[in-house]
Design a protein around this ligand. Structure first.
Ligand code: G3H
Ligand code: ZN
Length: 286
């Protein structure tokens, strides 16, 4: 059934677990994520990013409604999250398209601009009953240093700045930069566990790890044990999809039915989802 992100995150936090959030680009992604979560017996978050909306010719509702309908029919709780939103126009569409949460991404702005924009976004989201995640860019963004996405390699979130940011904006969750970076195709990222412990101590809100495709299972598990509650995974599914399609098409150079190779791709994504959820310890073991 369709669930609310805030509920899934709160339940994960109460159980000292994390809920996995996977990025949806096509309907096959949504189907595979749900299939993989059902196999793991765990709730899951379907997230659609602003970049995925751009891919769909700037239109949010077709892919969002399809993903929402797939979520409604799922055997496990599934929520819909709008990810990495920079456009205020897109933000305003969230409530009408079945989302229960949004990640408002103003980390490219200076610290002061990020605070002001995120506070406005959080106020608006809360009036709509939406849960709002935000992110804070590099250490020192406060002093006018060039803003850097929190998930660019080398970026780190400062605990004092993060605490001030969370208080000033009223966000429900914070994405923190602790060593992961977006779009990695190897699982070689090293997390700064000492920084994570300091962030956890400084903040009351749930912490979110982005760029988790590039983080190996033991690192992920220790991040969850140290207080990461939402784990965002995108590229790993695209790697699985593309590799499976490539193998299929290399062997079958004459077939034209997309269902043949998309079946392989979807199956590979579903397997990846089950593996990642199980490795996180998010599967239902009762
Ligand atoms: O918000 C989405 C994630 O941070 C996904 O990152 O594609 O590197 O796993 P990834
Ligand atoms: Zn991200």
């Amino acid at each position: 059934p369709l669930a609310a992100t805030g509920t899934l995150v709160a339940e994960a936090a109460a159980g000292h677990r994390a809920v996995a959030a996977f990025n949806v680009i096509t309907l096959e992604h949504a189907e595979a994520i749900i299939e993989g979560a059902e196999a793991a017996g765990a709730p899951v978050i379907l997230q659609i990013s602003e970049n995925a909306v751009k891919f769909h010719h700037g239109r949010l509702s077709p892919i969002a409604r399809a993903a929402g309908e797939a979520a409604r029919l799922a055997a496990v709780p599934v929520s819909l999250h709008l990810d990495h939103v920079q456009s205020p126009e897109l933000l305003r569409q969230a409530a009408d398209c079945g989302f229960s949460s949004v990640m408002y991404d103003a980390a490219h702005l200076t610290y002061q601009e990020n605070v002001a924009a995120t506070r406005d976004a959080a106020d608006w989201a809360h009036r709509q009953g939406l849960w709002l995640e935000a992110e804070l860019g590099q250490v020192g963004g406060k002093d006018g240093a060039a803003p850097l996405s929190a998930h660019a390699p080398g970026a780190r979130t400062d605990p004092d700045e993060a605490r001030a940011f969370a208080t000033a904006t009223g966000v429900d969750a914070l994405a923190v930069a602790i060593g992961s970076s977006h779009a990695m195709t190897t699982r070689t990222a090293r997390l700064d566990h000492d920084l994570l412990a300091r962030l956890r101590g400084a903040l009351d809100v749930p912490l979110v790890l982005h760029g988790s495709s590039g983080v190996c299972d033991p690192e992920l598990r220790s991040a969850v044990a140290a207080g990461i509650t939402k784990v965002n995974i995108g590229t790993a599914l695209n790697s699985a999809l593309t590799a499976a399609v490539r193998v299929h098409l290399a062997a079958d150079t004459h077939g034209v039915d997309p269902r043949a190779y998309l079946t392989e791709g979807r199956r590979a994504m579903a397997r990846t989802v089950t593996e990642r959820i199980t490795a996180l310890g998010g599967a239902d073991t009762t």
